[in-house]
Structures are given as structure tokens and as C-alpha cells.
Design a protein around this ligand. Structure first.
Ligand SMILES: O=C(O)[C@H](O)[C@@H](O)[C@H](O)[C@H](O)COP(=O)(O)O
Length: 254
């Protein structure tokens, strides 16, 4: 697993724009290497803000959007089209504005879909979707993820893996139904840490002083059970994209 790189930007706006530029380049490079790129999206203000900046970028059409596989790292288990769903927000921020191939867009199921309100069944189905797309050479049943985007919560959660829960401890399954979440809505679906760690690059993006303590703890090697973001690492690269406030508690080198 990779050691973490940390990039600190002046504020949240420049962070979102710079992360968007970085994401465009990552997808262009992945398409040059593989033909089709794959990205795992996240929810939250920072993750959606980055997609809005991709949409606004003059460079966005450097990406062949019809050759991008879109997955989600977590989802709020709500009805289809609910404005709080990560899928809805990602579509409004970017996917509705570029020429995606609908067959390559893989949202997690809503709470009024074919699994009804059974988040565990919806999670098991998403695990099957990932397994179907998996390459045989890997030892975990997920596709190649070129880049997996994450946010970080004030108590250190990432995706929908909250501290001291069975979900952050999950070692076998790739996707879980998550119940009794402290951040609304209470029911969610999430990739697990083993699935996240299968990604080539994991980018943790966050801003603001409220995130300073969990960021410092994660970078300081906290136990992922206490600070789930500490367990999110990429095979080739782990990149923290922070603004000055979120980086404020990282000890400065002597
Ligand atoms: O669905 C969600 O809520 C997220 O995927 C979650 O993990 C989010 O990324 C963090 O809570 C950070 O959110 P903010 O960027 O809004 O602080």
C-alpha cells in the first residue's frame, strides 16, 4: 500500500478547481492507457463541488465521457431522484451535462427500487455489479478503479463507514448496507475498506477547521476503527487534498 501524499490549497474554492483539473488529467491518462477510465464518486459538499468544477472547466472535453465507468463509493438510501442522494447530486453537478454512456453509469439502488427498503439486499446487488465488472487478475471482486474519491467527516468517517461500527471492521464483503448512521440519512450503502483499498488511487478531499483533527489523526496512523479515513488507501497512491484549515492540525516537520 502507498504512503500518503498531502497537498494543501489556500481555500475550498481553489481546492475544488485544482482537484477537478487533477481528475480530468487522471481520466485522460487512464483512457490513454486503458481506453476506458473508471472513477468512484463520493457525496458531500467537497466531492460534489469538485464535479461542479469539472463541469465548469474548459478542459472537461479532453475526457471522452462516454468511455468512463462511473461507480459510487457510498449512497444515501433514499428514493430515486431524492435531492439528497449522492447519485442525484452527481448527475446535477456533472453527469447530466456531459455525454456519458448510461450503460457505464452504475448507481447504487434507491430505497424505492427493486430491493424496496432492504439496504442489505441493495448492497449485495451492488457487490454483484462490481464482481461482474471485475478483472480476473485481481483477488478482490471489484473492477479496476483508476481513481476513488472520498470526503471526510468531522468524526473521521469516510464513504459511509463510521467509527466503531461493524461496517468499518468488515473484512470480507465489498459493499455493505449501513444502518443507524450518525449523519443523516441513517440508512446508507457503502463500499468497505477492502474494496476502497483495491483502487489504484484514493483521493481524500476535505476542507474546513472541523476536519482538522480527523485529518491529523488519520495521517498520524490512527486505527481505522476509530478514524475510518485512516484506513482508506490506494494501491498506487493515497492523496489528501486539503485546504489550510483542514490541514491545520497536521504536525509541522521539525
Ligand atoms: O454521502 C455522504 O455523506 C458522503 O459520501 C460522506 O462520506 C461525505 O463525503 C463526508 O461526510 C464529507 O462531507 P462534506 O464534504 O459535506 O463535509
Amino acid at each position: 500500500m502507498s504512503a500518503a501524499d498531502v497537498v494543501v490549497h489556500d481555500g475550498s474554492e481553489v481546492l475544488a478547481a485544482a482537484a477537478a483539473a487533477r481528475l480530468i488529467t487522471r481520466l485522460v491518462d487512464a483512457q490513454a492507457a486503458h481506453g476506458v477510465a473508471s472513477v468512484v464518486l463520493t457525496g458531500g459538499r467537497t466531492g460534489i463541488g469538485v464535479l461542479e468544477q469539472v463541469r465548469a472547466s474548459a478542459a472537461r472535453d479532453a475526457v471522452n465521457w462516454s468511455k468512463v465507468e462511473f461507480y459510487w463509493g457510498d449512497e444515501r438510501f433514499l428514493p430515486d431522484g431524492d435531492p439528497e442522494r449522492n447519485e442525484t447530486q452527481a448527475r446535477e453537478a456533472l453527469l447530466d451535462h456531459v455525454d456519458v454512456d448510461p450503460e457505464r453509469v452504475h448507481p447504487m439502488a434507491p430505497s424505492d427500487g427493486k430491493f424496496g427498503d432492504d439496504a442489505d439486499a441493495a448492497a449485495a446487488h451492488y457487490a454483484e455489479v462490481l464482481a461482474t465488472m471485475a478483472q480476473h487478475a485481481t483477488n478482490i471482486a471489484v473492477p479496476r478503479f483508476d481513481v476513488l474519491l472520498l470526503g471526510v467527516g468531522e468524526e473521521g468517517h469516510t464513504a459511509s463507514l463510521f467509527p466503531d461500527t461493524p461496517y468499518v471492521r468488515e473484512a470480507e464483503r465489498t459493499v455493505v448496507g449501513v444502518h443507524d448512521c450518525p449523519k443523516p440519512p441513517p440508512t446508507r450503502i457503502s463500499l468497505t475498506l477492502p474494496a476502497i483499498r483495491a483502487a489504484s488511487e484514493v483521493w481524500l478531499m476535505t476542507t474546513g477547521a472541523a476536519k482538522a483533527e480527523p485529518v491529523a489523526a488519520a495521517l498520524g496512523g490512527a486505527d481505522p476503527v476509530d478514524i475510518p479515513a485512516a484506513g482508506a488507501r490506494g494501491r498506487d497512491r493515497t492523496l489528501w487534498l486539503l485546504d489550510r484549515s483542514a490541514a491545520g492540525a497536521i504536525p509541522t516537520p521539525a
